[in-house]
Design a protein around this ligand. Sequence first.
Ligand SMILES: [Zn+2]
Length: 113
Amino acid sequence: MHELGILSAMLKSIEKIMEEENLHRVEKIVLQVGELSGVIPDYLEKCFPAAIYQTNFTDTQLEIEVIEGIVRCNNCQEQFNGYRHDLICPVCGKQDLEALSGRELLIKEILAG
Ligand SMILES: [Zn+2]
């Protein structure tokens, strides 16, 4: 599961921000995860306890905002949720798609406690 590695990397960059900003405790971390980012929000949540084990984040909450994976078909210009349609255009059946949103994997907010 690569979600654990992603979380560990994110926590490391948050630790760096905490040092720079002189923060001692983080109450909540808000992540934005796109449906087309390749990361599964449920897995992130499941991995979180393991990721924070023996770190400075043991009383930190994780909140995940899921961004819809909207794509446009280059063949017929239809816009639809590519995640729900398995990246196949529901109108013409092509897979020549361009992602308009949903590739995000970002730390949106860090709430200091
Ligand atoms: Zn199409």
